[in-house]
Design a protein. Structure first.
Length: 181
């Protein structure tokens, strides 16, 4: 029997902050699924890394960046991702893959998530090549040092970064180890 429920996907990440690479995945995901929930984790996959923007700020930046996409919702993610996906009646976890280096960790997470909830599939979209090197960590490092971010993040995100560093915030020193989002 065919499943007639709307196809809904959850795209999780820490989005600290959202980049054009994330937005590329969000736009393509929104075209592939009836609904896409972008789930903003308050902590990053590296718990040692303090976020630059808090959860509410990251949600607000994502909302502003996806205003033109009516089937995209932005929410904070608390607890286990698969439980959240089940609660939101999503069938798919959507992830972006930039390079082979992303694969090892993403593969482990996908298999763990499948073990926890076999009814949910993880779908990977290859990031467009122009963003294949882009990460929130690198963006923060460039912003901290006053470099130009044109085409890498929306303009209002670049402004938010500038303001945050003018307030004296510290970017994580491990930006060279590109984060997985
Ligand atoms: O952008 P990030 O920091 O790489 O995103 C990591 C994220 C949010 C996808 C991951 O930490 C996650 O899924 N967190 C939710 C908690 C959970 O379910 N953990 C088990 C994953 S196998």
């Amino acid at each position: 029997m065919t499943d007639s429920r709307p196809r809904r996907a959850v795209y999780p990440g820490s989005f600290d902050p959202v980049t054009c690479g994330h937005l590329d995945i969000i736009r393509r995901g929104a075209a592939l699924f009836d609904g896409l929930v972008v789930a903003v984790s308050p902590v990053s996959s590296n718990p040692e890394k303090a976020p630059l923007f808090n959860g509410v700020e990251r949600v607000a930046l994502l909302q502003a960046a996806t205003r033109d996409l009516p089937n995209v919702e932005i929410e904070e993610l608390h607890g286990l991702l698969v439980q959240y996906a089940l609660d939101r009646q999503a069938q798919v976890i959507l992830k972006g893959l930039r390079a082979v280096s992303d694969l090892e960790f993403e593969y482990a997470m996908a298999l763990m998530n499948r073990r926890l909830a076999p009814q949910i599939d993880t779908v990977f979209l290859m990031t467009s090549d122009e963003y294949s090197y882009l990460s929130s960590s690198l963006v923060k490092e460039v912003a901290r040092l006053g470099g130009a971010l044109d085409g890498l993040v929306p303009e209002f995100v670049a402004e938010a970064l500038k303001r945050r560093f003018q307030e004296g915030a510290e970017a994580s020193p491990d930006a060279q180890v590109a984060e997985r989002s």
